[in-house]
Design a protein around this ligand. Structure first.
Ligand code: NAP
Length: 265
């Protein structure tokens, strides 16, 4: 099996990456940065986001597995002291592959269309002041938004930024997107629903820029500033992300551990 390791870059993660390479070599795994079948992320959930974006062009051919160096993560379930066990499982057993939905983001400008993908979420914010945008759902006007921004999250991202905005936690097997508001202004001109909305897989939404404005666009941790956006179409991507599970890692246990503090055995 070809593998690659993406580490957070801190001393502990780098040491663990070295240890992983030694264990992997001893068991006949092949390090291959260009065409890995397994991407091992060592660090935290943020590290897995980096790993995802490094290999997003090979989603049909790779599976991700996460090792955490701090707290149990949503993407990283293996502990630092379990590398030997992980490498043994990788060489001796077939993983259960779970595939989860992603967000497809299509930016339309005067000069054309560009496509982007997000594992957690797409975020739009104003650079200079509040943004003004029309939100259409399935090509029909839904609301006029004025406020700090909008977060469109995947089910996997529902426990991240979306949750801080009061959005619902969605099980990642439910193919959907969730639209959450960041500080909307509500008055007689601009009126928003005020609660997060969950779209099913076959629906889409458009965020249409309604004034000249500089926008900060984020695809997970990757940011860009644009002044030329006409509209942004958000939908559930046709591609999915695959995670390799060598043992059960139930989503609701992760939610309980992360937010309620009870240990997952
Ligand atoms: P960061 O600011 O360094 O870390 C954001 C935090 O979110 C980290 O604790 C990270 O966990 C955690 N996280 C990432 N994905 C998660 C998920 N799916 N469920 C639950 N927690 C998750 O930023 P970063 O490491 O570059 O990550 C970018 C992410 O930050 C964005 O995708 C966005 O979701 C999140 N964010 C959140 C807020 C907010 O809640 N107010 C604001 C901006 C961005 P680890 O410590 O394990 O890496």
């Amino acid at each position: 099996m070809n593998y690659v390791v993406v580490d957070r870059g801190d001393e502990l993660s780098k040491q663990l990456a070295e240890q992983f390479h030694e264990l992997a070599a001893a068991r006949g795994l092949t390090f291959n940065e260009d065409s890995p079948e397994m991407v091992v992320s060592i660090g935290g959930d943020g590290t897995l986001l980096q790993a995802f974006h490094s290999y997003k062009d090979r989603l049909d051919d790779v599976a991700f597995v996460g090792v955490h160096t701090g707290h149990l993560g949503f993407f990283a379930d293996w502990k630092a002291g379990e590398l030997e066990e992980l490498v043994r499982m990788m060489t001796e057993s077939e993983p259960h592959i779970v595939r989860y939905p992603l967000a497809q983001i299509e930016l339309e400008t005067a000069s054309g269309v560009s496509n982007h993908i997000a594992l957690n979420e797409f975020t739009i914010k104003g650079v200079d002041n509040t943004i003004v945008a029309q939100i259409n759902i399935n090509d029909e006007l839904f609301e006029m938004f004025r406020g700090d921004g909008i977060v469109v999250s995947t089910p996997l991202g529902s426990t991240a930024y979306n949750k801080s905005l009061g959005g619902a936690v969605i099980h990642p097997s439910i193919e959907s997107l969730q639209i959450a508001e960041i500080a909307s202004i509500n008055n007689r001109v601009y009126r928003t629903l005020g609660s997060a909305v969950v779209l099913p897989q076959h629906h889409h939404c458009d965020i249409i820029s309604r004034k000249e404005q500089r926008l900060l666009l984020s695809f997970d941790h990757l940011n860009m500033t644009r002044s030329d956006i006409r509209s942004i179409r958000c939908s559930v991507a046709s591609r999915k992300v695959s995670f390799a599970r060598y043992r059960p890692f139930p989503f609701w246990n992760r939610v309980r551990e992360a937010f309620l503090g009870y240990d997952v055995k």
